[in-house]
Design a protein around this ligand. Structure first.
Ligand SMILES: [Fe+2]
Ligand SMILES: [Fe+2]
Length: 282
């Protein structure tokens, strides 16, 4: 197996700063304010991103014997994920200033934290890096879809903002890939083990965080009531967005990369992964 040399130093400064690089005053509010679906989408994403802080500590504990990975997780990855949430929150509060973001976020945490097991990791460090690659595949492709969606109604500030986030997510993927390869030199994981983690993480992608985010916002708008049928309708709309804007080929490429397959096998497996993504509502 080819040796992988890890970078000695990692970039500790965020490449962009949401307080300086996003011109919130230039938002074309008229183009977005009545888009209720977008409001939900952005708010749910902001909740999930800001909550990254909750997982980062457990993750850095898991890699405490790897100073380089540790530094990157604590000083780059975590800060960037939280910045994504803060940047989205700032956008939301510019367009919908009456929305009590903090209050609804507290409700989201109340619903979601008991369901999320922040301490459960894959059995090996390599497999955990692989699981992270699949998560970053999900976020990279989702922001790619957001960007395409934002361009469809021509709101340039949002398109620019989600493009920044998209680039970070792809970069996260490449770091986790680098660390995965590093651990795989000694773990020598088989395709079966790799596929198992991929399948498991793809399944997890259709999980409770989006639903709890939706519920907390819906309750705020409906005096504490929640209706599952409203969430089902939201998911339908989400599928419609995916059909038009989701970059399936990019998702398949990123998902298959750790399997290190030859071209012929890739061609066979790609439709299976695509089918699984569609069944899981990705
Ligand atoms: Fe993020
Ligand atoms: Fe990320």
């Amino acid at each position: 197996m080819q040796a992988v040399t890890l970078k000695k130093e990692v970039t500790v400064m965020a490449k962009w700063d949401y307080t300086q690089d996003i011109d919130y005053d230039s938002i074309d509010i008229v183009k977005v304010r009545d888009n209720h679906f977008l409001f939900y989408l952005l708010t749910i994403a902001s909740f999930i991103e800001i909550t990254s802080e909750t997982y980062a500590q457990n993750l850095s504990d898991y890699y405490s014997d790897n100073p380089e990975a540790l530094q990157w997780i604590n000083e780059v990855w975590q800060n960037e994920e939280v910045q994504h949430g803060k940047a989205l929150r700032a956008y939301i509060l510019h367009v919908w200033p009456e929305f009590p973001w903090e209050k609804v976020y507290d409700r989201f945490l109340e619903l979601y934290l008991p369901l999320c097991n922040t301490g459960s990791f894959q059995p090996t460090r390599g497999l955990e890096m692989l699981a992270r690659m699949i998560v970053e595949t999900g976020t990279s492709t989702m922001y790619r879809a957001f960007e395409s969606y934002a361009k469809s109604f021509d709101e340039p500030v949002l398109a620019g903002l989600v493009h920044y986030i998209y680039k970070d997510e792809v970069n996260h993927y490449s770091y986790f890939d680098r660390y995965f390869k590093h651990y795989n030199q000694s773990e020598e994981l088989g395709r079966k083990e790799i596929l198992k983690v991929i399948a498991q993480r793809l399944k997890d992608a259709s999980s409770e965080d989006i639903e709890m985010g939706y519920q907390s916002i819906y309750e705020q708008e409906h005096e504490g009531r929640f209706e599952l049928s409203a969430y089902e309708a939201f998911k339908k709309e989400l599928n419609g967005l995916a059909k038009q804007h989701y970059p399936y080929s990019m998702a398949i490429k990123m998902t298959m990369q750790p399997l290190n397959l030859n071209k012929a096998v890739e061609v066979t497996i790609a439709p299976i992964i695509l089918g699984a993504m569609k069944v899981l509502g990705i």
